[in-house]
Design a protein. Structure first.
Lengths: 294, 312, 528
């Protein structure tokens, strides 16, 4: 399909805005650091069943809790279980909740916001009224309620968290779509004669992606914090599964005698959240500028 | 302005109503009642108890009866602590939580605004990176991690500050307030930095400089007004978050506040307690959001003007 | 007596993309009680030179490389920040381009006005307010008392600029620097403000440094003109000399770019391609307030093959009229007939069939192009959509379009942000021509462009209309531009059509007062 060749042989390749953004991102050391750490965490989480030093259930009651040593790099808990292994398995859950719940929120929020923003009028008014009411509800209280009342079901956990986060996503998408709709190049597309579907597909969505990507990257840490919070209160992930939140709550209980049980899971969580936030901030800076205006 | 306030208040009422209704039916639809966890109770006694607490009525009748009580400000008796009403327990715990929240908010505002504004004056330099990285830590370290760590360092290893209680030993309010406030300090720092950066790039700041104003006056007289509006608008959601955060902090530091009662009530299926606390807290949050919105709108002369219906 | 003398000033900007010499060895002067105008297009360094003198250029990216700026015996560039601050707002005052954004929206007008007084002269609030009100009166604000407690957004652009002028003059400075003070204002308001500045200058014996991109505007009031291009001064002298015998090629280019002359009206047989009857486009804001009558009962004919110039100030409804014809905004009432077919009732598929016969060119060339589509994509879209070419002929068709609008073929895979404003507008024109329309609405197509580029694009449009026999509705606020390109003119004011006629008629024998005031406001009528 090399039709460009004959007529436009010496045409230079242009530098798209995505390309410019990538170049800008590459220069941001913090964002790169964050991205690498995140990648590392994800890879470790995926490979955990194969690379964890000990099996998840392996206990060593004789040993009990012990500080970091050659055999157990991060120490052991009161059942003699290897802390590093615990953190790795906990990470799988925490990261999974983070990504999946965010994906759910993304899907619902983006669709809702895009429809409301593009269609406008009464449909928009109704859709956003619903968002406003839900937004005003003190969700923290409801989530606690939900979790207690309906039991500690991991699926429900995802749904509950997703239900909180999709609202802001919808608002952002809607305001993006609304402002894009008024842009002259969209008007131009209308005057050329494109159908609304084609306009959304070719003109609106590609230009709305930027803030959506940024916000998604920044939602994941929010979600992970929420999961950790619920697990800490005993309402989230339940044993025998584990998450960083659970590990931290156990660690807090015995922190005087065995501080490593608190510190290491805490580091894992904080480091991951740091990375996500740096990456998100970096993306925001990189994608923000629309290129020189002249 | 009054009209605006009135409309917002009207908008808030359905929300509270939805909260009450949803909570009521949610709680009741859960399996298990408040008395199921007790030791085995003789059926007749159980029936009498249920009658006393209106549990033998059909659900919708219970609902309307409850609404009636609510209208009179009566949140009902506690199931778990016979002889004490929800109102009593709530108002015992409220001052504690309120005080904790207030201190946390003050810490958050002072540290956050100072750091954020300071950072915004010299963006992309050390003056910017240092405060903002510290702020990032506040955001990335949840209170249930920070709290125990602070306790570990300052309470146990250094033994500078007490680690439990509230008002019993001097200084025991410091760690909880700092723990609760630090995440918000971080958010407020970021918000004020962003707000200030936005304002400082505006043309009218250049006008102020062209008039010969010192940088200090430019920032305080001209920039702060607009730059801090996002922070004011954030106060509403911040309050809601502080309340939620208090659950954790009160648990860690053994503080007898509302948050701790709420979590316990939830576990104990103490219906009226759960319902009462939820309704109360939700109303507070809605109220705070309302006040925050109104203040933010009032601070923006364009909006203020619009709502006064005046204009030339 | 020389008030300000700038010698060999050089300013650079150091960014991560390299160092840019914004001002290169620039010298100019302002005499007491005289107006010196600095003329240049964007990027010429005219504003930066003045900002640098007052220390208003942010120091990390900006850097003063050398030169002196002598004001009352002191070199401004060598002064400490504290000393410079004392001079700013007291001895040298500045007014800026956009009155909308240059006043603090959160502070009352009165509070902002008295600041220079309380700061520099140590006056107490009471006497300061007295003086402020007196000055408001002097600049023509009707109710100074009420104005003091008002907020900026309550005023129109022209009034805000008056407030800015008052704020600048309140300390009785010796030198006033005005950075494009009228560029953002409507034509009639522009004339008023220019008059005000000239009056105040004589009355108060101050020197004025007037920065602009518009030679015509300054020709009326300047005693001396300095022309800058790409950071250098290319020519300077008295207005008469500059206009009569410009030496430097750039000056000549600038002069040539001033829209002049009148289009020799082609004898176009009046054959109405578009007929508009009692068109109403009203916008009703949610909340049931009074509707905004953007287009209010307008009836008009546009003849095949002609260029109809639609002129009006902001808020006149001219853009809305253009968009209404193209069905880009919903019409409230009335008829629009295109070659006999009633457009207002068409929908969906049938409307689409008409779309390729009428196209639009927008004002802001950057906003009207999808930043994520290459030139190829943008031009291909309409071609493919209306089935005008198949895949095989696409390249050829695009090549032809690019040649027609003067775009080098090598640019075909580049993105909008890689082009200059003029080039972007060419792309937009190419897109409009792609479907071989019969009718084009050009909505202020050159208003956002630099003067020299304006001339190029205007020529291009004139050429294309002739070559393809296009009918065009050319919307603009600039009568001089319209005069050059339009066969007939229609004048709009507050949504209504107030006058209509051939270009010659409207310019020589205007019927309505409003038209007369518009004509009177055209700058540069006195010079040349």
């Amino acid at each position: 399909m090399n039709t460009i060749a004959p007529v436009f042989e010496d045409a230079e390749k242009g530098s798209s805005l995505w390309h410019d953004a990538w170049l800008r991102l590459r220069k941001n050391k913090l964002a790169l650091f964050g991205g690498s750490v995140l990648l590392f965490m994800v890879v470790v989480a995926l490979l955990t069943p194969w690379i964890a030093p000990y099996s998840y259930e392996a206990q060593n009651l004789d040993l009990g809790a012990s500080p970091p040593s050659a055999a157990h790099w991060l120490g052991t808990d009161i059942f003699g279980r290897d802390v590093l292994t615990q953190i790795m398995y906990g990470g799988r859950i925490s990261l999974a909740v983070g990504f999946i719940a965010t994906a759910v929120a993304l899907l619902i929020g983006v669709t809702w916001g895009a429809v409301a923003g593009y269609v406008g009028g009464r449909v928009d008014a109704v859709m956003m009224r619903l968002v406003d009411i839900l937004y005003a509800l003190p969700f923290m209280i409801f989530i606690v309620l939900l979790m207690v009342v309906f039991g500690r079901n991991i699926l429900l956990l995802f749904l509950a968290i997703g239900a909180v986060e999709w609202l802001t996503m919808a608002r952002i998408m809607r305001s993006q779509v609304q402002s894009l709709r008024q842009q002259e190049f969209v008007e131009a597309a209308v005057s050329v004669g494109l159908s609304p579907a084609a306009i959304i597909h070719k003109h609106v969505v590609p230009n709305a992606l930027g803030p959506i990507i940024v916000y998604t990257t920044l939602t994941i840490p929010s979600v992970m914090l929420l999961e950790a919070f619920l697990s800490f209160l005993g309402l989230g992930i339940q044993p025998p599964a584990t998450s960083w939140g659970l590990l931290i709550s156990y660690g807090a209980e015995t922190m005087e005698e065995y501080p490593w049980l608190l510190i290491f899971p805490g580091c894992a969580l904080t480091l991951t959240l740091f990375s996500l936030n740096f990456l998100g901030d970096g993306l925001r800076d990189a994608l923000d500028v629309r290129g020189s205006k002249d | 302005m009054l009209r605006f306030m009135f409309i917002r208040i009207l908008q808030a009422l359905p929300v509270i109503f939805v909260v009450i209704t949803a909570t009521f039916f949610l709680v009741r639809s859960a399996p298990g009642g408040p008395f199921d966890q007790e030791k085995v109770v003789i059926p007749e006694v159980k029936k009498a108890l249920e009658a006393q607490y209106r549990l033998d009525l059909p659900l919708h009748e219970q609902y309307f009866a409850y609404l009636g009580d609510l209208a009179q400000g009566d949140l009902g008796p506690s199931f778990k602590y016979p002889g004490r009403s929800v109102n009593e327990i709530l108002f015992a715990g409220l001052p504690v939580t309120a005080e904790l929240g207030l201190y946390a908010l003050i810490i958050a505002l002072c540290i956050g605004v100072t750091a954020g504004v300071f950072a915004s004056l010299r963006p992309n330099t050390a003056q910017d990176y240092v405060p903002m990285s510290l702020a990032m830590i506040g955001i990335c370290m949840p209170s249930f991690l920070l709290g125990p760590l602070l306790v570990l360092v300052f309470g146990i290893w250094l033994d500078w500050l007490p680690i439990t209680g509230w008002g019993d030993i001097p200084g025991d309010k410091i760690l909880p307030a700092v723990t609760l406030g630090s995440a918000y300090a971080a958010y407020i720092a970021r918000l004020s930095r962003a707000g200030m950066l936005e304002i400082l790039s505006q043309d009218y700041i250049r006008t102020a400089r062209a008039k010969g104003l010192s940088e200090w006056r430019v920032v305080t007289q001209h920039a702060l007004r607009g730059g801090l509006i996002p922070v004011i608008a954030f106060l509403g959601p911040a309050f809601a978050g502080l309340l939620a955060g208090s659950f954790v902090v009160e648990t860690i530091f053994q503080i007898p506040g509302l948050g701790r009662f709420y979590v316990q009530a939830a576990f104990n299926r103490d219906y009226t307690m759960i319902l009462g606390t939820t309704v109360f807290l939700s109303s507070l949050i809605v109220f705070f959001n309302l006040v925050s919105d109104i203040i933010a709108a009032w601070l923006n002369p364009r909006l203020r003007h619009q709502f006064q219906g005046g204009g030339s | 007596m020389t008030l300000l003398s700038v010698d060999n000033l050089s300013v650079s900007f150091v960014t991560r993309n390299g160092t840019n010499k914004a001002v290169d060895n620039v010298s100019f002067s302002v005499e007491e009680r005289q107006i010196t105008a600095i003329i240049g297009e964007s990027g010429s360094g005219k504003s930066v030179s003045c900002y640098a003198m007052l220390g208003l250029v942010p120091s990390p990216p900006g850097r003063i490389d050398g030169g002196t700026a002598l004001f009352q015996g002191q070199d401004l560039l060598a002064l400490s920040e504290a000393k410079l601050r004392a001079i700013r707002g007291r001895d040298i005052a500045m007014i800026f381009q956009d009155p909308m954004t240059c006043l603090n929206p959160f502070m009352k007008i009165g509070d902002q006005l008295i600041e220079p007084l309380t700061l520099h002269k140590g006056l107490a609030k009471g006497p300061a307010r007295e003086q402020a009100m007196a000055l408001l009166d002097e600049v023509g604000i009707r109710d100074p008392q009420a104005a003091m407690s008002a907020f900026p957004h309550e005023f129109s652009g022209g009034m805000r600029q008056r407030v800015m002028i008052a704020m600048a003059l309140i300390n009785e400075p010796k030198l006033l620097i005005a950075d494009e003070p009228t560029t953002a204002l409507d034509v009639t308001i522009q004339a008023q403000i220019l008059k005000l500045i000239a009056e105040l200058q004589t009355k108060r014996d101050i020197g004025v440094l007037f920065i602009s991109h518009d030679l015509a505007v300054v020709s009326d009031i300047a005693d001396q003109i300095v022309v800058m291009e790409k950071g250098k001064v290319v020519e300077s002298g008295q207005p008469k000399a500059i206009f009569d015998s410009p030496q430097h090629p750039y000056t000549q280019k600038l002069l040539a770019a001033i829209p002049s002359g009148q289009k020799a009206g082609d004898t176009v047989a009046p054959d109405p391609l578009i007929r508009i009857e009692n068109l109403r486009t009203w916008f009703t804001p949610t909340g049931g307030a009074d509707p905004v009558k953007a287009v209010d009962d307008v009836s008009l004919e546009i003849h095949r093959g002609e260029v109809l110039g639609l002129v009006g100030e902001s808020g006149s409804g001219k853009s809305t009229l253009g968009r209404s014809i193209l069905r880009l905004v919903p019409i409230t009432d009335g008829k629009i007939a295109f070659e006999g077919t009633e457009l207002s009732s068409l929908e969906g598929r049938s409307l689409k069939q008409f779309r390729h016969r009428m196209q639009m060119i927008f004002q802001d060339p950057y906003a009207s192009l999808n930043p994520r589509m290459t030139v190829y994509d943008t031009l291909a879209e309409p071609l493919l959509l209306h089935g005008l070419v198949n895949k095989a002929g696409l390249d050829e068709a695009i090549r032809e379009l690019m040649d027609n609008v003067g775009l080098a073929r090598g640019f075909v895979r580049k993105y909008p942000h890689e082009f200059s404003g003029g080039q972007r507008q060419r792309i937009a024109i190419g897109r409009a021509l792609a479907t071989r329309p019969e009718f084009i609405v050009a909505d202020e197509p050159v208003s956002a462009l630099d003067v020299t580029i304006q001339a190029q694009i205007l020529d291009l449009l004139a050429e294309l209309t002739k070559e393809y026999g296009l009918t065009m509705l050319f919307i603009s606020h600039d009568l001089a531009v319209i005069r050059q390109i339009a066969d007939r003119i229609a004048v709009m004011y507050h949504g209504k059509l107030v006058e209509e006629g051939s270009t010659a008629q409207v310019f020589e024998t205007p019927q309505q007062d409003y038209t007369r005031s518009l004509l009177a406001a055209i700058p540069g009528a006195d010079a040349a």
